[in-house]
Design a protein around this ligand. Structure first.
Ligand SMILES: C[S@@+](CC[C@H](N)C(=O)[O-])C[C@H]1O[C@@H](n2cnc3c(N)ncnc32)[C@H](O)[C@@H]1O
Length: 311
């Protein structure tokens, strides 16, 4: 398995500061990844017990190595944050003082050529976090052109979604699109060569990754479950990497702090606001310039924090 010496957890000090506030005894890292945030929290808080989960067996194996010095203060499990309540129950713990979500893809996943997350390597078009279920290649082969348009538009914010979807639909009639290289070429032909810093395939790859892992659907219920499980005064911290995630987190935290998020003009309220949390950060905390210079992947990151109301 590749190790990633370059791995730097994003907004690390900011996460530690946000979650250290109520002197935590138990923190759940709901997206353990390589264990970078977990290690920083365990180092900063000598009394802390950390429950770490990830759906990716490779990530969990890597985190076990990173966190080996803290094995008496950690419990790591292969699980989804969609099952937080049962994960806590099985670990024999309750009422965490902090829950961290560092959403999206890890550097281990992006930098592992065979996982198919990146167009920097020619590899099977896989993109599954858990290694289970349909691959991105399966989606490319089976989605209708209309569904492809919706995914590219909604999950990739691709302004030329129709053109890319049409190119994919016509290319797959000639031969199955099974690799990252094939897909990148189809998108490049449809949109023309790179202009500026961003590769034309970036949005398409983001859209397919989000669709393959059903990433966005899981976020609001997981945040709501975390808010419900937190101890009074406990904190929920969420790091997002693009505007789709950030909007979803912002909206969900607003609803969980008693605000209505129904679209303007809705008659009555149908969003079921719950006054469980107080918002700690009105705007997302952004990485300092020095962090972005050292780790360009941090440039779009934002951290939002909320606190469980006292009973
Ligand atoms: C940005 S990385 C986290 C990096 C981590 N904070 C660190 O310091 O190394 C996001 C991680 O979330 C995991 N993940 C994605 N969906 C998940 C889910 N539903 N449940 C648990 N983990 C998930 C991914 O497999 C990935 O390892």
């Amino acid at each position: 398995m590749p190790t990633t010496p370059r791995h730097r957890p994003v907004l690390c000090q900011e996460v530690v500061t946000a979650l250290a506030a109520p002197s935590p005894r138990l923190i759940v890292d709901a997206t353990l990844g390589l264990g970078g945030h977990a290690r920083a929290l365990l180092e900063a808080l000598p009394e802390l017990f950390l429950l770490g989960i990830d759906v990716d067996p490779d990530a969990l194996a890597q985190a076990r190595i990173t966190l080996a010095p803290f094995s008496s203060r950690t419990h790591l499990a292969l699980a989804s944050y969609s099952n937080l309540a049962s994960v806590l129950r099985e670990a024999g713990v309750s009422q965490p003082d902090g829950v961290l979500f560092d959403l999206g893809v890890s550097s281990l996943q992006l930098d592992s050529p065979e996982r198919g997350f990146s167009f920097r390597f020619d590899a099977p078009l896989d993109m599954r976090f858990s290694g289970r279920g349909m691959t991105a290649a399966d989606l490319v082969a089976t989605l209708s052109e209309e569904e492809l348009i919706r995914i590219l538009r909604d999950y990739g914010e691709e302004p030329r979604a129709r053109r890319v979807a049409r190119a994919i639909a016509s290319a797959r009639q000639r031969e199955p699109l099974r690799t990252t290289g094939q897909l990148r070429q189809v998108v490049a032909r449809a949109l023309g060569p790179r202009r500026g810093r961003t590769d034309p395939a970036t949005r398409t790859f983001q859209a397919l990754r989000i669709a393959t892992n059903r990433e966005l659907e899981g976020i609001p219920p997981a945040l709501a479950e975390a808010a419900r499980l937190l101890a009074p005064g406990g904190r929920l911290a969420a790091i997002t990497f693009h505007s789709l995630e950030d909007r979803l987190v912002k909206r969900t935290l607003k609803r969980l702090s008693g605000g209505c998020v129904c679209p303007p003009g809705t008659r009555g309220c149908a969003c079921n606001p719950q006054a469980l949390l107080d918002i700690v950060t009105r705007r997302p905390i952004r990485p300092a310039a020095a962090e972005v210079a050292a780790n360009p992947r941090a440039r779009s990151a934002g951290l939002r924090v909320a606190q469980r109301r006292e009973a």
